[in-house]
Each structure stands twice: as C-alpha cells, then as structure tokens.
Design a protein around this ligand. Structure first.
Ligand code: CTP
Length: 425
C-alpha cells in the first residue's frame, strides 16, 4: 500500500521515525511529507534514508511531477503524526501553504491524524472545533495519550506510542467499520493488588493485554473509551482515556463512575475476590516465632453489582410505566441521553478464567452475574496470561456460544465488539 506520512513540527517528530519503520518493515511504500517546522526537529536526510523516497516540504520542488496533486491522489492512506494544533487548524480550514496541506486537500483516501501538543492547546476551543470539523469530514483523529509532555508538565497531549498509531492505520487500511462511533464504552483491564502492608500485596498474573486490545479495538471502531487499568505495564491504547487503579475497591469506584452513562461495560480485569482483612500501616517485620496468619475479607463483585444495578433500573422503569428514571447529570445533553435509555449500560460483558469444566462453569457464571456475554478462557500451563494470543468461547445470554479460535487478542476483541454492537439499540 502507498502511505503518506505527514510530519508536523512538534518534538514528537522523532517518534514518527519509528512509525515509518513499522510501515516500511511490513512492506508498505512510504512517502514522508514533513512541514518546514518538522524539518527543524528531524532533517530531510533521515526521512529520505528511512523511507527510500525523496523528501520535500515545498510544492516548488520537482514541479514537473506536480507533487502537490500526485502524492495525495496516489495514496491509500495519509497519516499525520505528530499533528500539531497548527496543522490541524490548517487542515480544517483547507489552507494549502505547503506540500503537506496540499496533499491533505488532494487525498481521496482515508486520513488519520495523531495529534501531539500541550494540554492547553489540545483543550483550546479552537483546536476542539478543528478536530470536530475534521472528524465530521470523516478523518480519524486519534485522541492523544495522557502523560509526560515536553518539560516537566503532564496531561493529555502526548503522541500515542508509534505501535498504537500503526495499529489504528492498519485497521483503517483494512476498512474495518467505525460502527461504535458515538458510543461510550468502559473496559477494565489488568489485575488488582490488595495491600498487605506498604510493600506487599496479594495479586494475580493478569498482564492486561486482553483488556488493552479491547480498548484499542473499540477506540479504532469509533467508541469513546474509558479504560480502567489495574497495574498494567503496557503503552496506553491510542484514543482511550486511561484511569489507573490498584485495588478492587479503586477499580469498582472507577468502573461505576464511568458506567453510569456508558453503552457497554466490559470487565476484562482480574479482580481479586479477597483482600487482606487488615492492612498493616507499617511493614511487617520478621519475628522469631511463627509468622502471623493473614485473614481475608471478601471484595465486592463489581460485575454482579453492575448486573444488579441494571436490573433495579429496569424494574424502576417498568414500575413508572416505561419512562426512564429522571436523573441528574452534568450536562443537559447527558441527562437526555441517559433518560432515553435509563442510567445503566445496555450491554455488560464479563470474563471468566477457568482451569476445568470450562463451559459448565462459564454458563453458571453468566447466569449468576447477570451479564449479556461471558468470555470464557481456559487458563494455566502458559495459556492466556501474558501471551499476545488467546482462544475463547463467548457465551451469549439467550443465544448460542461463539467459538473464537486461537489468535491475536485483537481478533477476540473484535468478536466481542461485534456481539456488543449487535445488542446495542
Ligand atoms: N469480577 C468482578 N469483581 C470481582 C471478581 C470478579 O467484577 N470481585 C469480574 C471479573 O472482571 C470477570 C468476572 O467477574 O469479568 C469473572 O471473574 P471470576 O473471578 O472468574 O468469577 P468468580 O465469581 O470469582 O467465580 P469463581 O471464583 O468461581 O471462578
């Protein structure tokens, strides 16, 4: 495929070198079109050497080849990474003062913008309006990641990991649907840690990969994603809002806060069923005698709680003759949205890791927890935990189970979102 990599003038321009390599190493033909400002961060020889193609920011070079029209028209994909506030503004308004903006005006292929800028610039009403305009026209504008920016400040505005941008581009190239556009989804991922004392905890082996794949694919399909991540050491999925938590109680708080106006909640996190009954304020010291036992207390079952909340809301709805509960919300639009369909997620998805009697245990759990879908995987002996691949059976309330063969966790994520999308009104 012919890919145009637009690079605009932000410090994250150096990360576009890695994105370029990901494209070329997977066999794509890449033409880099930097802005003049981008060339102050990374020079033309670097782009030319890495892409194997000529590089210019100007429409005045090689004029006989009419590059300002040809490059855009021949492209299968244009990705601008990093996209500065300035380039977003110029693209939104159709300005054409350099080769990149000319290319954006002549491209008929899909366009992906990966913005990177300071938080204030990203949140400025002018940038918000420009992003809105570009999205309305069909461009994919990835939300920037949250994290360390240039200097000491942190916040939303960081360029997503090049591998994350690459994944979004591949999905756009493959023409995957954006069938979750306008939907809000919550995904929990990782494994909770239950503190014993300030240095020790009870935990589990969950890497968070499956939850991250779910968040990444939902964002790529257009959803607004809140990812509640418990102790995960993976790069933020492009386009997801990440809320970091440690314990089951923190995870519960974050999930319930986001679930109120979500269309779907997917509980992929491995939540500890028990926590130490007492958390020692000081580190437990070795003693000469026998070690003290650790007593456990039960944690709340968040998935079951979501199911119960939904059942109660539906019962209240039925009692009031079908009208949804009147709810207060931060925005009038939110209240309307929530009133239209009640304040509970339309679709609730659970995960179950089983070591034996996988299907029987799964069916019982689906019923017990009151969810719509239950993704059951067999664990142990190197299966599922920490690996990039997974196989699973998705149990469907009131329907036939769906077998997902061994493959990338993204493929399983897509099956889950297909089933979720089918259940959304
Ligand atoms: N889960 C949850 N809150 C908990 C425990 C689990 O929300 N305290 C969710 C998980 O995120 C997962 C699902 O419930 O989606 C299944 O978790 P699992 O631990 O397998 O279920 P249990 O009810 O603990 O069943 P069992 O211990 O019998 O396996």
């Amino acid at each position: 495929m012919k890919v145009v990599l637009g690079v605009s003038g932000g410090i994250a321009a150096y990360k576009a070198c890695e994105l370029l390599r990901l494209f070329t190493e997977s066999g794509h033909e890449v033409r880099v079109v930097p802005t003049r400002e981008a060339l102050k961060f990374v020079g033309a020889p670097t782009w030319a050497a890495l892409s194997g193609n000529p590089v210019s920011a100007e429409v005045w070079d090689d004029v006989h080849e009419v590059p300002h029209v040809r490059i855009g028209k021949q492209a299968d994909l244009v990705v601008v990474a990093p996209a500065t506030a300035d380039v977003l503004a110029r693209a939104a308004h159709g300005l054409a003062g350099d080769l990149l903006t000319n290319t954006l005006l002549t491209a008929t292929c899909p366009v992906v913008f990966a913005p990177a800028m300071h938080t204030e610039m990203w949140q400025h009403p002018a940038t918000r309006a420009n992003v809105e305009t570009l999205r309305e026209r069909g461009a994919v504008v990835i939300d920037p990641a949250v994290g360390r920016l240039t200097g000491a400040d942190t916040g939303p505005g960081r360029l997503p990991d090049p591998a994350e941008i690459f994944e979004v581009c591949l999905r756009v190239l493959r023409g995957r649907p954006r069938d979750l556009a306008g939907r809000k989804v919550v995904v929990s991922a990782g494994g909770t840690r239950e503190a014993i004392d300030p240095v020790r905890y009870l935990g589990n082996r969950s890497s968070g990969r499956q939850g991250y794949a779910l968040a990444r694919t939902a964002a790529a399909r257009g959803a607004e994603v809140t990812l509640v991540a418990a102790n995960v050491a993976l790069p933020d999925p492009a386009g997801a809002k990440v809320v970091r938590v440690e314990s089951a109680y923190e995870l519960r708080e974050a999930v319930l806060a986001a679930a109120g106006d979500a269309d779907a909640v997917v509980m992929a996190a491995a939540v500890a069923d028990f926590r130490p009954a007492t958390r020692h304020e000081a580190k437990i010291k070795k003693t000469d005698g026998e070690p003290e036992p650790i007593f456990l207390a039960k944690n709340p079952d968040i998935l079951a709680e979501l199911g119960t909340l939904r059942r109660e809301a539906q019962a209240a709805e039925a009692r009031s003759g079908g009208a949804a509960r009147p709810l207060a919300g931060p925005e009038p639009g939110d209240v309307m949205r929530r009133r239209e369909r009640g304040a509970y997620p339309e679709v609730i998805v659970g995960f179950a890791a089983e070591t034996h009697d996988v299907l029987a245990n799964g069916q019982a759990k689906l019923a017990r927890k009151g969810c719509d879908l239950l993704v059951v995987n067999q664990v142990g002996e190197g299966l599922a935990f920490g690996t990039p691949d997974n196989a699973a059976t998705v149990l469907v309330a009131g329907g036939d189970p769906v077998e997902v063969p061994f493959g990338p966790k993204e493929a399983l994520a897509d099956v889950v979102w297909d089933l979720v999308a089918a259940r959304l009104p």
